[in-house]
Design a protein around this ligand. Sequence first.
Ligand code: ATP
Ligand code: MG
Length: 320
Amino acid sequence: MDPIISVKDVSKNYASGFRALKNVDLDIRRGEIFALLGPNGAGKTTLISTICGIVNPSEGRVLVDGHDIVGDYRAARSIVGLVPQELTTDAFETVWATVSFSRGLFGKSPNPHYIEKVLRDLSLWDRKDSRIMTLSGGMKRRVLIAKALSHEPRVLFLDEPTAGVDVELRRDMWALVRRLKAEGATIILTTHYIDEAEEMAERIGVISKGEIILVEEKAELMRKLGKKQLTLHLQTPLDAIPAGLGTYPLELANHGADLIYTYDAQRERTGIVHLLADLTAAGIGFKDLQTTQSSLEDIFVTLVHEKPAIESASADGDAR
Ligand SMILES: Nc1ncnc2c1ncn2[C@@H]1O[C@H](COP(=O)(O)OP(=O)(O)OP(=O)(O)O)[C@@H](O)[C@H]1O
Ligand SMILES: [Mg+2]
């Protein structure tokens, strides 16, 4: 099937001369939940704004369901809804008016039943006649989501939707995202809460310094880059790892009471059987054991820190 969004060789040079996107290629599949991850300033908002037609690309092309975001702006724009990172609100308007007006901007005929459903879904119904300036920050964020959904978009972009919102709103938001997906929508989100991406997304893209450095199925990413650790809770704490076990990647933790073995979960032979045999031979007994797998957060931190670490190492001559 054709991707619903196709970003082809897109670069963005801001007027300041800053190159915020560098030759970005990215396809978004119909109906998926895609998480775009990257450190502050990586270019996430620039990329999303470009796809939504708010920022013009300096080079390259973006197609939204086959419609060119520049040449066929109206058609492309009506397919997408954007919940922006920054709170921008029409302070004096009521919730109802601002959300209804948003729908009108996309040339859709009024549909009070639909707007009511959106407001109810976002627990905004009893505030529909309140002026936006009288709402709390979390409620304003709900209004932004309602506005983004007002014209029934098939693709929803959420740029840091849960930054600074409370646990309840977060939970509501993810329930809403799941519901929209079940109804056939495609969702693209950015978040700094990697546990959220790990829970919600089917595919993950990582952007760093304006370049997409990785796009992968989440499960595959975790399988490929995830490390597993086996922790043995020792019967007697050790001061040091015995010399005979020096070939294994072992660490002591918890004041020598725990022995941690890190291995590659993908490999057929994990080395655990040999390790346990060698431990027994060395007279090291354990009371209990447990395995843990690295989280998406561990993987992400490794990915985005790899490049700067190499650069700074060469810059200051540190041969680490
Ligand atoms: N209008 C602009 N003019 C010049 N530079 C800009 C402009 N908007 C963004 N930038 C720069 O482009 C880079 C990417 O910014 P962007 O907002 O896309 O990052 P981000 O990945 O969304 O970061 P964050 O996680 O902080 O939201 C940054 O270095 C930023 O300073
Ligand atoms: Mg941003």
